[in-house]
Design a protein around this ligand. Structure first.
Ligand code: ZN
Length: 144
């Protein structure tokens, strides 16, 4: 076999394209043209079928923290007047030498209320009981 470019006799010839003409050349001469074998017609099937990767957009879920304003409110103390409050108050008052009138004045309550409390007829509310506790230095409220 003869190189169509340089005329060298070789066992193998390669087809190259030089200025539009296909020549069978030796290894030395193939660099002068474009190798025909390597020329490939790229079809578009590959790109057409290629799937576009759709990256799913993760929805951003904003988790709201539950409103805790209600819990932030201080719970009202669970207090109860001791059952023997009437006697405790009366004895404590008598110890101090205070009259029911004086005690009523200091508590800014009516004397009739103090009287009723000491008789056990009226249970003082927590607020009043607190005032009595502070005035007489006693304890008539208990947690339940
Ligand atoms: Zn050659």
């Amino acid at each position: 076999m003869e190189c169509e470019m340089c005329g060298a006799r070789v066992d193998k010839l390669k087809k190259i394209k030089v200025d539009g003409a296909i020549l069978s050349v030796c290894q030395k001469c193939e660099r002068f043209g474009t190798p025909v074998e390597s020329m490939r017609v790229y079809d578009d099937r590959g790109s057409k079928g290629s799937t576009q990767v759709n990256v799913p957009v993760k929805p951003v879920i904003i988790q709201r923290k539950p409103n805790r304003t209600r819990n932030s409110e201080k719970e009202i103390e669970s207090l109860e007047i001791v059952p023997e409050y009437a006697e405790v108050i009366r004895l404590a008052r008598e110890k101090t030498g205070m009259s029911q009138d004086e005690m009523a004045d200091k508590l800014r309550e009516k004397r009739t209320l103090i009287s009723a409390i000491e008789r056990g007829g009226i249970k003082p509310d927590i607020k009043t009981a607190r005032k009595i506790e502070n005035l007489l230095k006693i304890k008539i409220l208990e947690e339940f």
